[in-house]
Design a protein around this ligand. Sequence first.
Ligand code: PAF
Length: 285
Amino acid sequence: MQICQSQAELARHLERFERVAFVPTMGNLHRGHLSLVDIARERGDCVVTSIFVNRLQFGPNEDFDRYPRTFEADREGLERRGVDVLFAPDEQEMYPTPQVYRVQPPPLATELEGAFRPGFFDGVCTVVLKLFNLVQPDIAVFGKKDRQQLKIVRGMVQQFNMPIQIVAAETVRADDGLALSSRNGYLTADERKEAPRMYRTLRWIADEIAGGRTDYANLEVAGRAELARNGWSVDYVAVRHGLALRIPHPEGYDHPNLLIVLAAAKLGNTRLIDNVDVVPKHNED
Ligand code: PAF
């Protein structure tokens, strides 16, 4: 595996490949990330992974400084998984001057995650656009765990006519249902035991909808109450239409197959997010 820290090295190493499949990450890799790498492997003749903790997507009170940086372990994991090129730029390489030009994402970026993390998607889109320009991938793989990010990046690629196929990867879960996330490492032992409740709550709402309920607002309230009762500080529990994450029609006209349920909440100091399809569908989003 080639490790490239500069744009020039990266360009040199990518020259000879036909079909580049890219997995952007912020490091602290777990099985979820490695599953994205496997999907990239199936689709490209060269797999590029980036590790870059992107300051632009962290709010002033968020965990940029304490975000886990585990480069050596990440490097070994990627090498074992057969990644061809690891792009690991430092901040100076990515932002040699203050990044005053930014991508302005659509209104969806101010809802759900964006309502609680102002500027988050502008930071994500800006770095993803820069990474796409540097790597020039044919394919890029994003996890469904960050469902809103996946939608917004897909929309950016379409609207800016970028010739990149965005591939959605299923969320990888621990045996008890907790979605794998770099932030799980912050949980205390007791919080870790409690954490799968988010998935169970989402699944319960999804099953109620699959069973015919269309009173989405009541289900959202019940989901929030279930988490709050168990010590979570809830940002949102929301039923949305899977296609563009719009609010579903209150009369229940949307087919349950197309609905998803999303949540974000804090356990202690750790903010977790997750989402489920009402009817699980593999490799679609
Ligand atoms: O999902 C992430 O890890 C990040 O948001 C991404 C896409 C690597 C951009 O920094």
